[in-house]
Design a protein around this ligand. Structure first.
Ligand code: 5AD
Length: 278
């Protein structure tokens, strides 16, 4: 194997960043989605596209109506979403991040194709279970939430950490989302709460607990993770989710909902870019 002296290798790496900045140097808007059914349409709408890849993560770098936009396929789940968010922030220094895609309803009134704009997102994947003796089973309805970013100490014993981790949507992005609502004619748009974990929940009593205690309207597997990462790195963030399934009213997963969400998010991105120009 060919070996370069370390000093030369370091110089080569420094001179050749893995990504280029957007063409005009303006900070881009990053739009994330986990799966092909959530990003392919948006990526196809970009002009002058260049594709950047890091391992399994793909970034389509281009413009939308002349404004720099990066579409990021984060892959599924909280670890992948956090990793993709760090990569995006480190390499593109974005003005803002939108995480969007499919989600399961936590409210029986939510129909397929309805969209929930995330006034906040909550992390419904971190809990402490109260002690139970061997042979007495398990009851997730009793579990106490853990906020893993609330304190430096042991989260399970610090009272400050014994509440749900919640991340607020950015006001300017929310404004852009409101501007775009009238163009979405496929179904309704609500402002609400997005719940995130690495689980797909179909237990109606557990879903009812999340809905009652934390206000969740939909659940999915990326938004709060990306929101937490964006918050820790100081980047404005908004989650937008389309109802693709709803076990509380018996609606099975419809992957086409992902494209409807992309249509709406395109309009939100344009409204955001227009507001930045003003
Ligand atoms: N529960 C969890 N994740 C869901 N998703 C769509 N519906 C649900 C649901 N009911 C999304 C997740 C993940 C993939 C499984 O689809 O965000 O990316």
């Amino acid at each position: 194997m060919l070996r370069l002296p370390l000093a030369i290798l370091a110089a080569v790496l420094a001179a050749a960043p893995a990504f280029a900045q957007t063409a005009d140097g303006r900070p881009p808007l990053v739009v994330q989605g986990a799966m092909s059914v959530e990003v392919d349409k948006l990526a196809g709408l970009l002009e002058n596209v260049v594709i950047d890849r890091v391992g399994p993560w793909t970034f389509w770098r281009g413009t939308l109506d002349g404004y720099p936009v990066i579409v990021s396929k984060t892959l599924k789940g909280i670890a992948n979403a956090a990793a993709a968010t760090v990569l995006a922030v480190e390499h593109y220094h974005p003005a803002a991040i939108i995480n969007q895609g499919t989600a399961g309803g936590h409210d029986p009134r939510l129909k397929l194709y309805d969209i929930v704009v995330g006034v906040s997102s909550v992390y419904i994947g971190a809990f402490r279970s109260p002690y139970r003796a061997a042979g007495t089973g398990s009851n997730p309805l009793e579990w106490v939430p853990l906020n893993l970013v609330a304190s430096e100490g042991s989260a399970g014993t610090d009272p400050a950490a014994l509440k749900i981790a919640r991340f607020e949507g950015d006001a300017r992005l929310l404004d852009a989302a409101r501007h775009a609502t009238s163009a979405y004619t496929r179904a309704r748009i609500f402002e609400g709460v997005i719940g995130t974990s690495d689980m797909w929940n179909d237990e109606i009593d557990l879903i009812a607990r999340f809905h009652r205690d934390y206000g969740t309207d939909v659940e999915e597997m990326e938004t709060a993770s990306a929101a937490q990462t964006a918050a820790l790195l100081g980047v404005p963030f908004l989650g937008i989710r389309v109802v693709s399934d709803n076990t509380t009213n018996g609606s099975a997963f419809d992957p086409k909902t992902g494209e409807a969400c992309e249509d709406y998010v395109r309009d939100v991105a344009k409204a955001y870019a227009a507001a930045l120009r003003r």
